[in-house]
Write a protein that binds this ligand. Structure first.
Ligand code: ADP
Ligand code: MG
Length: 256
């Protein structure tokens, strides 16, 4: 489905595309991110696990500037996100995000949903935007749905459109926040398969998910959040087969 294949260069030699240094965020008095530090290499797939309310969504939203932080630093592709609004705008163009609720524009066709941002933000002519959109729909396996409206598609198809829409902006990083949580079980696989292909193509991905099979198979690294902190990180084997912290063990015992 995808042509590019992950380069053979070992991850440790690749550049750091996301750097979070001791980031802190409060919602009023609620301290939701507590000295969170995480560095992600280009092409790395990081899965974020943790109980509900532990700060996973807030964390990934800080990376494309959807949430402001009060302390610490975030660099995305060398740009410091913590200061300038113009920089936040620049980074948002490079960062695709896929949410639990697909967030498609209901009154626009699938094709229009995908071409809108590239035409407005990237200033692509319509023909170019449509050509790329149709290629992306092919890539996510639903090119025949281009002229339908979101309401005429299944949840799994809508989520694949949402992924195609994010990819149309040619982002350097893709953020996924529980992309399959709202789907019926039979549609989860078709979305995870698209994400697996994307990972293989070398996309840098941060994925909040409870899909342990996906995490084990696709993640280069797992990060476990609890109560606004990163408690433990490791490869899937390290984290699933040999968790070190009690809180990680407890979480895994409940979910696996
Ligand atoms: P998770 O994604 O791990 O379930 P969240 O990042 O959504 O966790 O939430 C972390 C904490 O921040 C929770 O206690 C949640 O209630 C709180 N929270 C999230 N968004 C807001 C907001 N916009 N205003 C106030 N509190 C919020
Ligand atoms: Mg969440």
């Amino acid at each position: 489905m995808l042509q590019e294949v992950k380069e053979e260069m070992p991850l440790q030699e690749k550049k750091d595309i996301i750097i979070c240094n001791n980031i802190n965020k409060w919602f009023g008095k609620l301290h939701v991110l507590k000295n969170v530090s995480l560095t992600v290499k280009q092409g790395e797939v990081v899965v974020i696990l943790g109980p509900s309310g532990s700060g996973k969504s807030t964390f990934i939203r800080t990376i494309n500037g959807l949430e402001e932080i009060q302390k610490g630093e975030i660099y995305v592709d060398g740009i410091n996100l913590s200061h300038d609004v113009a920089d936040v705008e620049a980074i948002r163009k490079e960062t695709g995000m896929v949410f639990q609720s697909f967030n498609l524009f209901p009154h626009m066709t699938i094709l229009k949903n995908i071409t809108l941002a590239p035409m407005w933000v990237r200033k692509w002519p319509k023909a170019k935007a449509e050509e790329i959109a149709l290629n992306l729909l092919e890539r996510v396996g639903i090119h025949d749905q281009a002229h339908k409206y979101p309401g005429q598609l299944s949840g799994g198809q809508q989520q694949r459109v949402a992924i195609a829409r994010a990819l149309a902006m040619q982002p350097k990083i893709m953020l996924f926040d529980e992309p399959t949580s709202a789907l019926d079980p039979e549609m989860i696989k078709e979305v995870l398969d698209v994400m697996k292909e994307l990972a293989k193509s070398g996309m840098t991905m941060l994925v909040v998910t409870h899909e342990m099979g996906f995490a084990r198979e696709v993640a280069d690294r797992i990060v476990f959040f609890d109560n606004g902190e990163i408690i433990e990180t490791g490869t899937p084997t390290e984290l699933f087969d040999n968790p070190k912290h009690e809180r990680t063990k407890l979480f895994l015992s409940q979910i696996l």
